[in-house]
Every structure is written in C-alpha cells, then in structure tokens.
Design a protein around this ligand. Structure first.
Ligand code: NAI
Length: 340
C-alpha cells in the first residue's frame, strides 16, 4: 500500500473542522488510493471537541484512515505534514477594531507558519481558511522562511461555488454546464465575482456553448437587464452570502466551507483547468507582488497558477482595484504592527 499522507487540520474541534475530518477520512480530498494520517490541532479549550471528533473518526472505521492524533502543540501537529488546513482563527468580537483582529490572528498564523517551516514535510502545501484568510496566509508565508511562499494559499473556492450556485439557479442550469467563473480580490464583501469570461452550455462536449452573459441577457430580456442583475443581485448576493447563511441557519456556513476546502486541495493536487483561489501575486493583473489575492487559477497537480491574459473591462478593473486596496490596507496594518 502507498505511504500515508500526513494531513493537519487546525481548529479541528470547530464547526468546519467537524465537516472536514470525515470528508478527508472518506477519501474525498486525496482520492481512494491515498491513505491519510490525521493530526488535529486545537487550543486547550478546543481539545475536548477535537478528541470527541477523533472518537467518531474511529467509529467511522474508514479504510483510508491510518492514524489520528490530537494535540495543542503546533510542532507536533505539523511534524512531517504534507497538507495543512489552517482553519482555527480568532473571530472578530463585538467592538473589535481591525488592527486588533489582525494582531490577534498574527499571534496564531505567525507561530504556525514558523512551526510549519521547521517541521513540515518538504512538499508541504498550506490552505488558510480562517479569516481574514488572505492576510492570515500572507502572515503565515512571511513567517515560514523555509517554505516557498507560493505553497500558501487562501480559500475563495466557497465564493466561487456560491457564484456558480447563483448562476445555476438563475439559468436553470446544472453546475457542470457553467465554466470560467472567477473570484477576484479579497475573501470579504469587497470581492468581485466575475462572469465576463464564463461560458454556459455542455462545456465538456463543446458545441452550443454561449457566454453566461448572453444566456442571462436572453433570459432577462436585454443586456441592460443582465447587467443590472449582475450588479444589483448577483455580486452582492455572492459577496454577502456568509451573512445570509448566518441569518437563515442561525450559525455560520460550515459544511459548504468544508466542502470548498476539500475541493480546493483536491483540484490543487489532482489538476484543474479553471477555478478560483487566493494565491501569492507575482504582479498579475497589476496586483502588487506578494499580496495573497484571489484570481482565476489552474493547476497541473503541482500548485495553483494564475490564469493570465484575460481582458478586464473598466468595471471589472475598478472592482478588482477596490478589493486590492483593502488587501493593501490589511498588509500595511500588519506591517505597522511589526508582524511582517
Ligand atoms: P469555530 O469557532 O467553530 O471553530 C474554530 C476552532 O478553531 C475552535 O474550535 C477554536 O478553539 C480553534 N482555534 C482557535 N485558535 C486556534 C489556534 N491558535 N490553533 C488551533 N485551533 C484554534 O469556527 P468555524 O465555523 O469552524 O470557522 C473557522 C474559521 O473559518 C473562521 O475564521 C471563519 O471566519 C472562517 N471561514 C472561512 C471561510 C472561507 O471561505 N475562507 C468560510 C467560512 C468560515
């Protein structure tokens, strides 16, 4: 049998962790041929919840699951780890300023980046889920001198999937019939969900493919109506979907976030022609180098690369610039705190 891959989940006693662990153990992330060794990192208050999840993992009797270990020590959790899912973060409490939030999270993602750098496997890839995800990834990468920065990414696949879900509902389509949606910018309400390169139709077979925009215009009666729907309904709905879930469900999105994290890693490792992820900018589309920004990306199985050469109209450029301004402000605030 092939050697097991060590996967570390931080915040493993939380809501998203609870959704993630069972999907990983079932082989949904790395496939049916790769056994996994799970390491669950928590803070002392969260250890019992993680230990409970570990008992339930045992009760799943998963054939791919070789071992489960629960710890509150990052150096133990990340030892020999090839895939790190950094979920545990400090949430914003009432009245907390942005600088306080960034500082509290720097106190988590700085030491975790340093521990990864010291003890993780050479092929380590880390996905940051915990918010503010883009800037937490920036902090972790900056704190991990032994790991190439582009091994760190942040999750915007949930936003991507939410955008596809909205189009599926509006166009009465199936998810597989929509390709080429992009999330640009920060994983926050300033993000830009973009359909201007998206196609609609039996994507995999080729003929009868139309642009999503044209399909929307046909459905809604005119290009003006399609534009209005995109600006007034689609973009705000996707960008504020997290708040909507909290309002309706009574707690934050957990299963859909776990699903998106599984798909992010699955496609990064298995290859994908087009999805969205927040990755370290090399200056693509004018995004300042070093920022962790969401782009349309592809992977050949060796990490996400930005899909370059897409035309952005003035509207898209303005929206991307606004979200990038927010990322720059977060980075500058972290710099001012002396964190990076
Ligand atoms: P939760 O509060 O249920 O769980 C978080 C867990 O992390 C807790 O058990 C806590 O004890 C643990 N934790 C805190 N600090 C830690 C540390 N230093 N090391 C290890 N564990 C630590 O929260 P939930 O719902 O699981 O969400 C987790 C994070 O994911 C939040 O920051 C949330 O905002 C974010 N999120 C991100 C999404 C994305 O698309 N990027 C989507 C949804 C949530």
């Amino acid at each position: 049998a092939p050697q097991a891959t060590t996967v570390t989940v931080t915040g493993a006693g939380g809501q998203i962790g609870y959704g993630l662990l069972f999907r990983i153990a079932a082989g949904d992330m790395l496939g049916p041929d790769r056994p996994v060794r799970l390491r669950l990192l928590e803070i002392p208050q969260g250890l019992k919840a993680a230990e409970g999840a570990a008992l339930e993992l045992q009760d799943g009797a998963f054939s791919l699951l070789e071992h489960v270990e629960v710890t509150d020590d990052p150096r133990v959790a990340f030892d020999g780890c090839s895939i790190a899912l950094l979920v545990g973060a400090r949430p914003r409490s009432a009245g907390m300023e942005r600088a306080d939030l960034l500082q509290a999270n720097a106190g988590i993602f700085g030491p975790q980046g340093a521990a990864l750098s010291e003890v993780a496997a050479d092929d380590i890839r880390a996905l940051v889920v915990g918010n503010p995800a883009n800037t937490n990834a920036l902090i972790a990468a900056a704190s991990a001198p032994g790991i190439p920065a582009d091994r760190f990414s942040a999750l915007t696949r949930l936003d991507h999937n939410r955008a596809v879900g909205q189009l599926v509902a509006e166009l009465d389509a199936r998810p597989d019939d929509i390709d080429g949606v992009a999330i640009w910018g920060n994983h926050s309400s300033t993000q830009f969900p973009d359909v201007s390169h998206a196609v609609f139709g039996p994507v995999k077979t080729g003929p009868d493919v139309t642009m999503v925009f044209d399909a929307l215009a046909a459905k809604l009666g005119s290009s003006e109506a399609a534009l209005a729907w995109l600006d007034d309904v689609f973009v705000p709905r996707v960008a504020q979907r997290g708040a909507e879930i909290i309002r309706v469900r009574g707690s934050s999105s957990a299963a859909s976030a776990a699903n998106a994290a599984i798909e992010h890693v699955r496609d990064e490792q298995g290859g994908v022609a087009w999805t969205s992820a927040a990755v370290v900018s090399h200056g693509e589309y004018g995004v300042p180098e070093g920022l962790v920004c969401s782009f349309p990306v592809r992977s050949d199985g060796d990490g996400y690369r930005v899909i370059e050469g897409l035309d952005l109209d003035d509207r898209a450029r303005a929206r991307l610039a606004a979200s990038v301004d927010e990322l720059v402000a977060e980075r500058d605030a972290v710099r001012a705190l002396g964190v990076i």
